[in-house]
Design a protein around this ligand. Structure first.
Ligand code: GRG
Length: 324
């Protein structure tokens, strides 16, 4: 980091992006048993020009907690591998049915559905292989595997996706199970009588699980590698929870306001499908204000780290400004 001024997001991308890409490249050379087409497909999606936010969060969290970014690189690779798998599967005809991702044809468009499903499966399993083999000491590797499994699993990313796919945003489709696991940002119980609050809480619950949990676990892995104490981990969690929600709000806003060329993926699909989103619930201005409030709170949450969290603050600022 430069001593004279705080890094901007583009400084972070310049410093960390090529290191992350090289680390992902090296870990997907894969041995003789891997069919060439499977290797090609998983590398096609993983190495495509994504923003690398989750790996950056893992590295920056390690740095904030006094650790070395080199030590956190396997964790950074693991979260990007899980993220890339989730994008490949999300784009499949059975889910979001998308043709464009990261500015390129989606994996199944380029390689066919069967290879795309298997490329996602391979990335998911490779993530855990990388953590188990490369994180030291073994007790920290085990903690990282458990945390990533929890963040990516049935109660978080997969569960949020399942509710999303099932259309469980609709009031009429909400059942007791859905309501009982609905929580607010502060984690308070939220069985409310107002339909607005129910919709708002349910929307946050789905997005927290589908998108936010992977953002939160990226930070947690960085903290675990740096052997952060429980206070530091709690601060990273608080930052991540708010960043994840703000990230989703800006994703919803981009779906309304961006172009396919800028976003590198199809836009306008939420409205087309009549999906409940932050802009449809709160309107554009209030959604923007809410995202700004969450980012301010996220930055406050890591205030106690001082200058070692400059990178986390720069990344939080970028989430508000991003155009893709
Ligand atoms: C298939 C189990 C399973 C889960 C899918 C990631 C996901 C869950 C769905 C993607 C749908 C989507 C567009 C969600 C909104 C937020 C999100 C995850 C956007 C994509 O992440 P970015 O913007 O993408 O960080 P890049 O390509 O930059 O890495």
């Amino acid at each position: 980091m430069e001593a004279t001024r705080s890094p901007s997001f583009s400084d972070l991308v310049t410093m960390l992006g090529p290191r992350i890409d090289a680390a992902l490249d090296a870990r997907t050379a894969l041995g003789d048993g891997c069919p060439a087409r499977l290797r090609e497909a998983l590398r096609y999606s993983l190495l495509a020009p994504g923003k690398r936010l989750r790996p950056m969060l893992a590295l920056l969290a390690a740095e904030a907690c006094g650790g070395k970014t080199d030590a956190a690189m396997p964790a950074a690779c693991a979260v990007e591998m899980v993220h890339a798998y989730s994008l490949i599967h999300d784009d499949l005809p059975a889910m979001d049915d998308d043709d464009l991702r990261r500015g390129r044809p989606t994996c199944h468009k380029a390689f066919g559905e069967a290879v795309a499903i298997l490329a996602g499966d391979a990335l998911l399993t490779l993530a855990f292989e990388v953590l188990a083999n490369e994180i030291q000491p073994p007790s920290v590797a085990a903690a990282c595997c458990a945390a990533l499994a929890e963040g990516a699993g049935a109660c978080n990313m997969v569960g949020g996706q399942a509710d999303d796919v099932a259309g469980n945003y609709e009031c009429g489709m909400m059942n007791d199970e859905c309501l009982s696991r609905t929580t607010s940002v502060e984690g308070e119980p939220s069985i409310h009588h107002s339909s607005f609050i129910i919709h708002h809480s349910l929307l946050e619950s789905i997005h927290h699980r589908k998108t936010g949990a992977m953002i939160q676990v990226s930070l947690r892995l960085g903290g675990l590698v740096a052997e952060a104490d429980s206070e530091q981990l709690a601060a990273l969690d608080a930052y991540g929870r708010r960043l994840g929600l703000a990230f989703q709000i800006t994703d919803d806003l981009l779906d309304v306001q961006s172009t396919e060329a800028d976003a590198g993926k199809r836009v306008g699909k939420d409205a087309q499908r009549g999906k409940l989103t932050f802009p449809s619930l709160l309107g554009l201005d209030q959604s923007t204000q809410y995202a700004e409030q969450l980012i301010a709170e996220a930055c406050q949450a890591v205030g106690s780290f001082g200058s070692s969290a400059e990178g986390l603050r720069a990344l939080a600022g970028y989430v508000l400004e991003r155009n893709r």
